[in-house]
Design a protein around this ligand. Structure first.
Ligand code: DGJ
Length: 720
């Protein structure tokens, strides 16, 4: 059977995107042998791979006495199980009633489907695949059946994988580990790029050279987490932003996750990713199934910028959905760093009036608006407005904001409860806790038990009522504590409950702009991006720190997904003093907004913001939807339809050279900044590099932490 992207000949499968190829075949015994994931191969190269024979070594275990050359430990495979000679890290572990963990999954059939196959459980999945290959394997003894799904996204050069295990036997089996994907590669000289940190210090890049042994990157906090983002990149040692091979991995999942890279003794490196297996046990009765989250794989041989570009396009086209897909995002003002919990009718009205006057489009009322919420000790779980702070009700506030020409949005933390709340007093059983143990707290709160239907219904009902009552057009969905010791399957069931809630709310309010947040960047992941087109990247709004975080997040996620705000100086998290322009130049390379009391600024500063907003509105399609590049000297660069925006950051006395990318060498470009005209330069000159001071017709940087955003606009002439 031949489809346009999935080819099968004698049980040799090739999945092709525009520039990549994924190759595996079913061996003579029925195991799927991984052959290649990388660039498109010539027929001769393919023949060479197909002719490889792996054989056995010394004391390794033979799979079957009929063949003294077939040893699973020395086969590159599409998944790994226990009991038949593969002694590497398994990607799938079961335990039967009689204590056996042996699983021998052998090919049964395959089907090619058009498009994506939806999940049966509430896990979100990417959409719009060209084709999906379904392969089925069965264990002859337990009857366990594994379905592997491979979806192909040709234009973005992405292949996704996920699997489903069904208990096809009569006896219950216990599932102990099930990865979304696994593969064994023969690639050498690999460096693993992972991203992690902690609260207010998200997205630090770690690079590990892969040598013998197992390297792990995982989260056990209940979140996808700021400790370890689920996305990572394996690159060849000599790969850089502009050249070389790299493989990206991510998960459409927001809970505990696990990725490992293990270099084994026989020249294969096993890579796998999925739900964290630690503490995980899911019992499957006869005919019951378990579905893994979807893993996203991407390959390039054109350098890391190209890999990022492919990932960005995948997120924008096949993860983000609904009204705000590809749509311009409004400039917002958020009340958190403006007033913290001290919000009231008067200060909001004053802030809103000034914000509207400056051109801001969306007003977000953050924490502190509901009853007893004067600090983080009380009130979570209840949805009643604080009548002391808002004597005329929140609807009046929301309407006044709309009268000023802005949209209205509100903060909620619906998954949590404070013991000092009406909800907890009425329903202590709604909170997650362990029998006979004192609860452990994070930010004075407990999780609501989203594995319980009545709790999910409580949340859905109250959130929907709130949105409806206020006609809210934006919700900031926060979650501020980590999970503690609940078992792996409970933590997973919690995430399934969360997705069910989000699916229903976004379905009922299709035009709602949802921004997810979890103490900053604890849920910056593809699972949440299926519901919320943007996510708050970090509670740290210091522009210097943010430049690193946004740059690193950009390896995997597009600018339109990264909530980024210009805040006060000195910065509230670091105390650093920076120019307003530097805060602006940083935040525009994110889903842009302000988060400070505008009324505390001088008239000159407000005038500066007015001009910033005019500038941003003119070019925001480029900032939000342009292609991104990391360049040698320039921190941020985006280009779309012949217009490039380029942020350069420096310090007093600096005169860095500015390099452009992807311009037409012979075309002329009008160069300007947000405050000045710089002249006309050719694409060639700009790409070869021009000192910042030359572009600005003078000295480049004069102030500490100074910055500039250049715009290169192609001049269209009548010449053909
Ligand atoms: C944590 C978030 O990351 C902040 O932006 C803010 O919304 C606070 N929670 C409110 O409690």
């Amino acid at each position: 059977m031949t489809f346009s992207h999935i080819f099968e000949t004698n049980l040799l499968f090739e999945l092709k995107t525009d520039h990549t190829s994924y190759l595996f075949r079913i061996t003579r015994f029925g195991h799927p042998e991984h052959l290649h994931y990388g660039r498109i191969l010539s027929d001769a190269e393919k023949e060479e791979i197909l002719a490889r024979d792996h054989g056995t070594f010394g004391n390794t275990i033979l799979y079957d006495t009929e063949d003294d050359k077939y040893c699973l430990d020395n086969q590159p495979l599409e998944y790994g199980t226990e009991g038949r000679g593969d002694l590497r890290e398994p990607s799938l572990i079961i335990r039967t009633k009689d204590g056996s963990s042996t699983l021998d999954l052998l090919y049964v059939s395959h089907t090619v489907h058009k498009g994506t196959i939806p999940m049966k459980c509430s896990l979100p999945v990417s959409y719009g695949a060209a084709e999906t290959l379904e392969t089925v394997y069965r264990d002859p003894v337990t009857g366990a059946e594994l379905k592997e799904y491979y979806s192909v996204y040709p234009k973005e050069d992405v292949i996704t994988r996920r699997c489903v295990l069904t208990n096809g036997g009569d006896e219950e089996i216990s599932l102990r580990k099930m990865m979304s994907f696994s593969l064994d590669t023969t690639e050498k000289d690999l460096v693993w790029m992972t991203f992690g940190g902690h609260w207010a210090n998200e997205m630090n890049l770690t690079e590990r050279e892969i040598r013998a042994g197992t390297y792990v990157h995982s989260s056990r906090t209940g979140f996808s987490s700021s400790y370890a983002n689920p996305g990572s990149i394996l690159r060849k040692k000599d790969t850089n932003d502009r050249a070389g091979e790299a493989w990206g991995i991510n998960l459409v999942y927001s809970g505990n996750h696990y990725t490992s890279v293990s270099a084994g003794p026989f020249g294969f490196t096993r890579i796998m990713s999925g739900i964290l297996p630690e503490n995980f046990e899911q019992n499957l009765a006869a005919d019951e199934s378990f579905e893994t989250p979807e893993a996203v794989l991407c390959y390039t041989d054109q350098g890391l910028n190209d890999l990022s570009d492919r990932f960005h396009r995948f997120v924008v086209n096949h993860i983000v959905r609904g009204y705000y897909k590809g749509r311009i995002r409004p400039i917002l003002i958020n009340s958190w760093e403006s007033f913290y919990f001290d919000v009231n009718e008067k200060n909001l009205a004053e802030l809103a009036k000034t914000a509207a006057g400056l051109g801001i489009e969306l007003f977000v009322l953050d924490d502190g608006w509901f009853k007893n919420r004067n600090d983080d000790h009380a009130g979570l779980g209840d949805y009643e407005t604080d009548a002391r702070k808002f004597p005329h009700g929140l609807k009046t506030v929301a309407d006044q904001i709309r009268d000023l020409g802005m949209m209205f949005g509100i903060w909620i933390e619906p998954e949590a409860v404070n013991p000092d709340s009406d909800l907890y007093r009425a329903h202590p059983e709604y909170a997650m806790a362990e029998k006979d143990r004192k609860p452990v707290f994070g930010r004075n709160e407990l999780h609501l038990d989203l594995t319980k239907k009545e709790v999910r219904e409580y949340i859905k009902e109250n959130v929907c009522r709130l949105i409806q009552d206020l006609d809210a057009e934006y919700i900031k969905w926060d979650m501020n504590r980590q999970m503690s010791v609940y078992t792996g399957e409970k933590a997973h069931a919690y995430i399934l409950g969360l997705y069910e809630i989000l699916e229903e709310i976004t379905g009922r309010f299709p035009k709602l702009l949802l921004e997810s947040c979890a103490s900053g960047g604890n849920r910056f992941d593809l699972g949440m991006l299926c519901y919320s087109p943007q996510a708050w990247l970090s509670d740290n709004t210091d522009p210097i720190e943010r430049q690193r975080m946004q740059r690193n997040a950009g390896y995997l996620y597009p600018v339109s997904a990264m909530g980024a705000h210009a805040s006060a100086s000195p910065n509230h998290q670091t105390g650093r003093v920076t120019p307003l322009s530097t805060r602006f130049h940083t935040a525009v390379f994110g889903a842009f907004g302000y988060e400070l009391d505008l009324n505390r600024l001088s008239e000159e500063e407000r005038e500066e913001i007015r001009a910033e907003i005019r500038f941003y509105k003119k070019y925001r399609a480029v900032f939000q939807w342009g292609r991104s590049f990391r360049l040698a000297k320039n921190e941020f660069y985006k280009i779309r339809d012949g217009i490039a925006v380029c942020a350069v950051f420096g310090s007093a006395g600096d005169n860095p050279t500015v390099y452009a990318a992807e311009l037409e060498p012979d075309a002329e470009y009008r160069v300007s900044t947000d405050t000045e005209e710089c002249g006309v330069f050719t694409g060639k000159d700009l790409m070869n590099g021009v000192p910042c001071g030359t572009l600005r017709k003078g000295e480049a940087f004069t102030k500490k932490d100074d910055s500039v955003v250049f715009v290169f606009e192609k001049i269209f002439t009548d010449k053909v």
